[in-house]
Design a protein around this ligand. Structure first.
Ligand code: PLP
Length: 432
């Protein structure tokens, strides 16, 4: 047996000799060889998994492959050198970078397009393509904390509910803020009355509020306008975690939920959306968008936190080196054919979520199937069996309902979750 460490320590000559001796080669790529733990078995296993990928029901990932035009665009980018060597998007995508091997132009164009979709003023939009929804949340919370400290001289408290994604709990810890847990309504959304009560209790410090548009397990939507009403008169910053719903709501009749501005009034300060969730971008990435004027205020303080001389401008992001490939590739998702598909996918997801809810309620009332609202693609219910959890990669959580703690699972109806997949799932529930 050859350990991974020995394999890595062999260098290319040794690896070539091993490949010849063991016959381990990728067909057509004879120069690639691998050790005993990196055999073609690994690739075969993945091929088998791909055959059943549409059964992934428990997590908000779109398992559909992007269309052929996306891969053609990827090829064009490669031909232009992007991903052929070390491009780097370090810095602010809206400023000139000292490293010309970047894709800031595509990154800025992508942010402008999504800014329009979210109703940001066209000449007042800033953002970047982050590593993930979590990375976008990190920037929202860091920028909110920095701005509020700048305005008041006081560190804000972080307000969110127990339904918020766990990344918010981690980031709150990382940023050294105190948690103010806000209670929830019956559907899992933030309770605006409790927010008012908590604000009154913590009058001394500014409030950094993280509202969730589509909570991870229940699909609840925090009411942005009600939250804003409670925040009036209190120094505050409102970040929207719209990791999943922020992708598809703009393409539905409910686009107003994620609009940044209505009748000239700001509804929130920044928004985070994951690119691999609704859009089905084939690797993790995130959108982060805010108003440029708010960013400029942050930038002023940020420039006092570090010395930006080395890259000749204030980078705007916490992370220094940033991926240049993903922003250029993700630009595809702003094009008209991609938008047409997003409209169709959003409609299909909501119709299929409704179908699943009806079927579960009528055929298995004992499971207590629930959909938090008509905008949600998530249906949760009492966990039918461990076999189903495994077969469909269901997430499970204990929920308190009717004074009892019970194990629940959910189906997140993403674009790959067709009626056929749901029929198979429902038949399995019947057997369980
Ligand atoms: C509401 C919410 N926020 C944030 C995240 C984290 O996003 P990412 O996986 O892109 O970091 C998730 C992931 O499921 C989520 O549901």
């Amino acid at each position: 047996m050859l350990s991974r460490r020995r394999f890595l320590g062999m260098g290319m000559g040794g690896i070539g000799a091993l490949a010849v001796a063991s016959g381990c080669r990728f067909p057509g790529h004879e120069q690639l060889a691998y050790g005993d733990d990196l055999t073609p078995e690994g690739l075969r296993r993945r091929a088998e998994l791909i055959a059943v990928k549409d059964r992934l029901l428990g997590y908000p990932i779109n398992m559909n492959s992007p269309p052929a035009e996306f891969f053609a665009w990827r090829k064009q980018l490669f031909a232009a050198g992007v991903d052929a060597f070390a491009f780097n998007n370090v810095g602010n995508p809206f400023k000139e970078s000292p490293i010309p091997y970047n894709t800031h132009d595509y990154e800025a164009a992508t942010i402008r397009e999504f800014g329009k979709l979210f109703g940001f003023p066209e000449d007042d939009t800033w953002g970047f393509l982050s590593h993930s929804g979590t990375d976008s949340n990190m920037h929202g919370m860091y920028m909110g904390r920095t701005l509020l400290e700048g305005r008041t001289g006081l560190k804000p408290n972080a307000y969110f509910t127990r339904e918020a994604h766990y990344s918010v709990q981690i980031l709150r810890d990382l940023l050294g803020m105190e948690t103010v847990e806000v209670g929830t309504l019956a559907d899992g959304a933030m309770d605006p009355d409790d927010l008012a009560a908590q604000l009154a209790r913590h009058r001394e410090a500014p409030a950094l509020v993280v509202a969730t548009i589509g909570t991870t397990f229940k699909g609840a939507i925090d009411n942005v306008d009600a939250i804003q009403r409670q925040l009036a008169g209190h120094p505050s910053y409102l970040h929207l975690d719209a990791a999943l719903f922020g992708g598809y709501l703009p393409f539905t009749d409910h686009a107003a939920e994620v609009l940044q501005r209505v009748a000239g009034a700001d509804r929130y300060d920044s928004i985070a959306v994951s690119c691999h969730k609704f859009f089905g971008f084939p690797s993790p990435a995130g959108l982060y968008v805010m108003r440029r004027s708010v960013y400029d205020e942050f930038n002023d303080r940020f420039s006092r936190i570090h010395n930006p001389e080395y890259i000749d401008h204030v980078p705007g992001t916490i992370t220094c080196s940033r991926d240049a490939v993903k922003p250029a590739e993700f630009f595809y998702f702003t094009t008209p054919p991609a938008r047409a598909r997003q409209v169709a996918d959003a409609k299909l997801m909501l119709a299929n979520a409704e179908h699943l809810l009806e079927q579960l309620r009528s055929r298995f009332p004992q499971l207590g199937a629930t959909r938090a609202n008509a905008l949600s693609n998530t249906v949760y219910f009492r966990c039918p069996s461990a076999e189903l959890v495994k077969k469909y990669s269901l997430a499970t959580m204990h929920l308190e309902r009717d004074g009892k703690s019970e194990l629940y699972s959910h189906v997140v109806v993403m674009p790959h979750v067709s009626r056929d997949v749901l029929t198979e799932f429902l038949e399995d529930v019947a057997k369980a």
